[in-house]
Design a binder for this molecule. Sequence first.
Ligand SMILES: O=c1ccn([C@@H]2O[C@H](COP(=O)(O)O)[C@@H](O)[C@H]2O)c(=O)[nH]1
Length: 239
Amino acid sequence: MELTPKDRLAVALDFPSAKSALDLVDQLSGTCQWFKVGMELYYATGNAFVETLRNRGFNVFLDLKLHDIPNTVAGAIRSATQAGASLLTIHASGGPAMMAAATEAAQAPDSPRLLAVTVLTSMDAAQLAAIGVTSSPADQVLRLAKLAQKSGINGMVCSPEEAGILRSELGSGPLLVIPGIRPAGSDVGDQKRIATPTIAIERGASMLVVGRPITRAANPAETAESILKEIERASGTDR
Ligand SMILES: O=c1ccn([C@@H]2O[C@H](COP(=O)(O)O)[C@@H](O)[C@H]2O)c(=O)[nH]1
């Protein structure tokens, strides 16, 4: 399916309240189509905020990064389905049995598509080593992404650094959703494995997730427009 540039950008609404998030949504209305609701906003507002976005005509990416035993994750997916999100994240490091249970729980026609988070973009080799993972971030991402694909999950979250290898190893099927996006000159913050929108798209990203570079910009709509233009230009050269 051909994705439009607007379908390839999800703005991360990392805000503590519905009011602060909606202030930003209002500024981006007409420019952006996808919003990501993460833990900070979801724990404050629950399914009601997802429904508010849906009622305004936006697509919602619910980034809850579920990570628990198979039975609990399956139940959480069934509860989250009622919110009406289009995408929902689980952690691939929950293992194959958990991912298989998640796939099974997301079979209803109104279920969100599941994305497996591989290695958080805030982690580098040193952070991985500290938790006992001696593989490079790229090797660990590839291992988890292959496990996710075998478990029936056809979307993965990885950094722009691994987008190319996942695209060539997993083929054109999986949705590759990429945070760690930093337009040239923007503040890196706590992210470790980053790249510009152009590089991420050229490496095979399906969708980019951008938070602070837009939400903390002096003019969020202008910054989002400029990222969308970058996506459009780079899409001519992506795989
Ligand atoms: O590996 C991951 C998985 C998820 N995220 C989320 O993406 C956004 C990125 O926000 P920025 O402000 O652009 O850094 C944020 O909501 C994270 O929870 C990620 O960064 N890395």
